[in-house]
Design a protein around this ligand. Structure first.
Ligand code: ADP
Ligand code: NI
Length: 219
């Protein structure tokens, strides 16, 4: 990596750490760090501009709409303002901002408006952190943060087809596995992420099997 790029990344890391201080632990600096690690791992096998991918990974949750009264523009705008202060070329800034604007799971309910190899890599990196052992931990942490039930056998999984329904859904956390987490394996964009997702998906499936066993009093 060129010296200038690593300096940009270092400054971005400092900015993100500072901005995410005290945020819900499933969306904190360590989530960003894991998404960056996943991004670098995917870049070993998939083609994409490393700096664009790394900046998008670092800035993708800089102002998640969930923590900003549903406002989906704050994140991309904040990222843009930060990147403009860093003397990065306009084309890369536009690219990173477009990735951030289109990355969330809730935006996947409408027709995609943007695509690029870098977008595919960073979206996969974020989605890999939503599944497997870490995905389970994050889901229950978010459920606890929202004071949701862990599980309620009387509340059936809802068929969710719109971003509005997805965002307003307050069902138990176990239901979130069926609404989102178990669907991610087949939504991965890259071959590399798809193969990693297989193992993490199987782990969630095993977790759910054991969960229902224990719920019904079995070993
Ligand atoms: P994205 O950031 O891709 O839009 P979300 O913000 O909806 O996706 O979800 C990010 C993570 O937050 C999920 O992977 C999950 O861990 C947690 N989460 C979001 N919604 C719920 C929910 N209803 N129940 C439990 N966990 C949730
Ligand atoms: Ni994220």
């Amino acid at each position: 990596m060129q010296g200038r790029d690593s300096l940009i990344l270092e400054k971005t890391i400092d900015y993100v750490k500072q901005e995410l201080h005290g945020i819900e632990s499933g969306h904190d600096w360590f989530h960003i760090q894991r998404v960056l690690t996943n991004t670098n791992m995917l870049l070993e096998f998939e083609k994409g501009d490393p700096l664009v991918c790394q900046l998008a990974a670092l800035l993708h949750d800089i102002a998640d709409s969930k923590f900003h009264s549903g406002n989906e523009e704050i994140g991309p705008l904040k990222a843009k303002a930060f990147l403009e202060s860093m003397n990065i070329n306009a084309e890369s800034i536009e690219h990173v901002t477009s990735i951030i604007r289109n990355m969330s799971f809730s935006s996947s309910f409408s027709m995609p408006t943007f695509d690029s190899p870098e977008y595919r890599i960073v979206q996969d990196a974020d989605r890999l952190d939503a599944i497997g052992a870490i995905g389970i931990a994050r889901a229950f942490n978010y459920g606890g943060y929202k004071n949701r039930e862990i599980y309620n056998p009387e509340i059936q999984v809802q068929e969710i087809n719109t971003s509005e329904d997805y965002k307003s859904n307050a069902d138990p956390t176990i239901n979130h596995f069926y609404v989102k987490l178990l669907k991610l394996k087949d939504k991965m964009n890259t071959k590399t992420a798809r193969s990693i997702a297989e193992k993490r998906h199987a782990f969630m499936q095993a977790f759910l099997d054991q969960f229902y066993q224990e719920w019904s009093g079995k070993a």
